[in-house]
Write a protein that binds this ligand. Structure first.
Ligand code: HEM
Length: 505
């Protein structure tokens, strides 16, 4: 492209994102506008010392989501800070986030500093979809996309997921029976088990017993390993690599957790594959409706199947638990919204005791509740992108290629310019078209080619669970004044136990 054209198209992008810049520059030529572009050095931000003090002395690692709000208030929508060894540019405005994402290229990179990748290299494991890059990622994405993104394919998991929901209801009743009380303590821990059982049913089409009265020890350990791995992710990424050999514990714990998760996934895959092989040997027809089977059919090397299934199991646990826990927490505190949702479920299901995938697809209030929950509590409060092959424009700055750009979703989804009363739970805001909303202000499943591949499965799972829980129970808080705030543990999770009363209807 000729140089002038390049400059003109760059500056037109700049002006679309920043019309006020146009007013300021008036009739100046595009070249003049581009010259006004500032560099990385001009971006404001805290000193390394004060940022590290925030992180390690003011419990900053668990308050990373709040640091987004503080950073934006102090420095504006773009600021830079060092997270451990890595210089990060933080972007906390929907138009600027859109600008970054629209330049992400053919094979978007989420972040290339990942200790997750170091672990896989160290152990010789294959990357799964979460960690793969480039052509390898593209190939995995198109294989998995066929079975995880098409609405009809996803609807087919509805039956298996509903069986898991039936066991969840039984388990909630069992817990009440054991404690002789409608109160269920620490609902997130119940929903971790539900999440793991749900994603296992999709992956293996078998049940692994997470919702039985006696939960198998290996599932408890798997869930514990995910927790530890997420906490250690922040520590291992905040430390320069050479410190891993001096302060060994975080890296060691991180690796032990991954070792357990990989071994757990491999155990289940091998078991399922052996069952299939036996069937084939007996001359029986094999008709798998589960994801692992599809992956094996695609002739992916087994190493890659292990890598992908481990990452999908991991992705399906905390996300589902967090979305369900916060949904019930907010619904218990807003009884009129809970009642409206209950009526919607009853009207659409028309006496059917088990609402199906096609029922929940016709529940606008249900969808609005989930959107609002994920706006207030985005499971991934800060996502990231690295543009590896060229410098990009972000607002008035030129960001050099390979810079880690942190997208501050928690800050934008609580920005009152786009969501009046931003800290209030108001699902109705999603029911009417609101001109003030910006399409990139709340994007809990990410954006574009690299967005969440499990989105449809997650939505279906949460809708089916909520529909059935609210059909069986009215959910009330333990005490009105028991406020639970979110904290960051790589993902956004409840800072303390959420205890709720489940009153039989
Ligand atoms: C409420 C539930 C969930 C939320 C809010 C959520 C959110 C996200 C977000 C924000 C991303 C990053 C997107 C981006 O970078 O643009 C992501 C990626 C991903 N999610 Fe989810 N997720 C959820 C549930 C699930 C489930 C249940 C699965 C598995 C079945 C899953 C599998 C994945 C995978 C594999 C990726 C990586 C995609 C890629 O890199 O191509 N997620 N998710």
């Amino acid at each position: 492209m000729p140089q002038t054209l390049k400059l003109a198209s760059r500056s037109s992008l700049l002006l679309r994102c920043f019309p006020e810049a146009w007013a300021e520059v008036g009739s100046k030529s595009p070249e003049a506008v581009v010259k006004r572009q500032k560099s990385l050095d001009d971006i404001p931000g805290p000193t390394t010392f004060s940022f590290l003090a925030d992180l390690f002395c003011r419990k900053g690692l668990s308050r990373l989501h709040e640091l987004q709000l503080e950073g934006k208030a102090k420095f504006g929508p773009v600021w830079k800070a060092r997270f451990g060894p890595i210089l990060t540019v933080h972007v906390a405005d929907p138009a600027l986030i859109e600008q970054v994402l629209r330049q992400e290229g053919k094979h978007p990179i989420r972040s290339d500093l990942s200790s997750w990748k170091d672990y896989r290299q160290c152990r010789g494991h294959a990357y799964g979809l979460l960690t793969a890059e480039g052509e390898e990622w593209q190939r995995l994405r198109s294989i998995l996309g066929k079975h995880m993104l098409k609405p009809k394919e996803v609807e087919a998991y509805g039956g298996a997921l509903n069986d898991v929901v039936t066991d969840l209801i039984k388990r909630l009743e069992y817990q009440q029976h054991q404690s002789q009380s409608p109160l269920i303590k620490d609902i997130a821990s119940e929903f971790y088990k539900f999440g793991l059982e749900g994603i296992s049913s999709v992956l293996f089409e078998t049940r692994i017993g997470c919702l039985e009265p006696n939960v198998p020890e290996e599932t408890e350990r798997f869930i514990q390993s995910i927790n530890t791995m997420f906490v250690m992710t922040l520590f291992t990424m905040a430390m320069p690599k050479f410190l891993h050999c001096i302060f060994k514990k975080p890296w060691q714990k991180f690796c032990d957790s991954w070792d357990y998760m990989f071994a757990f996934a491999k155990g289940h895959i091998d078991k399922r594959m052996a069952e299939v092989a036996e069937k084939v040997a007996r001359g029986e027809k094999v008709e798998g409706k589960y994801l692992t089977y599809y992956l094996a059919q695609e002739k992916l090397p087994m190493k890659s199947v292990y890598g992908n299934v481990t990452e999908l199991l991991l992705a399906g646990v905390d996300t589902i638990s967090s979305a369900l826990s916060w949904s019930l927490y907010e619904l218990s505190r807003h009884p009129h919204i809970q009642t409206a949702l209950y009526h919607e479920i009853s009207e659409v299901a028309q006496g059917e005791p088990i609402p199906s995938a096609s029922h929940v697809a016709r529940m606008p209030m249900m969808k609005a509740v989930m959107k609002e929950v994920l706006r207030l509590y985005p499971v991934i409060p800060g996502n990231a992108r690295v543009i590896s092959d060229r410098d990009i424009l972000v607002g008035e700055y030129t960001i050099p290629k390979k810079t880690l750009i942190s997208l501050c979703h928690y800050a934008t989804s609580r920005d009152e310019r786009f969501f009046p009363n931003p800290n209030k739970f108001q699902p109705e805001r999603w029911l009417q078209k609101d001109e003030s909303q910006h399409p990139y202000a709340s994007i809990p499943f990410g954006f574009g080619k690299r967005s969440c591949i499990g989105r449809r499965i997650a939505e279906l799972e949460v809708y089916l669970a909520l529909a059935r829980i609210l059909t069986h129970f009215e959910v009330r808080p333990e005490h009105e004044d028991n406020i639970v705030r979110p904290m960051t543990r790589t993902l956004l999770v409840p800072e303390k136990e959420i205890n709720l009363q489940f009153i039989h209807r």
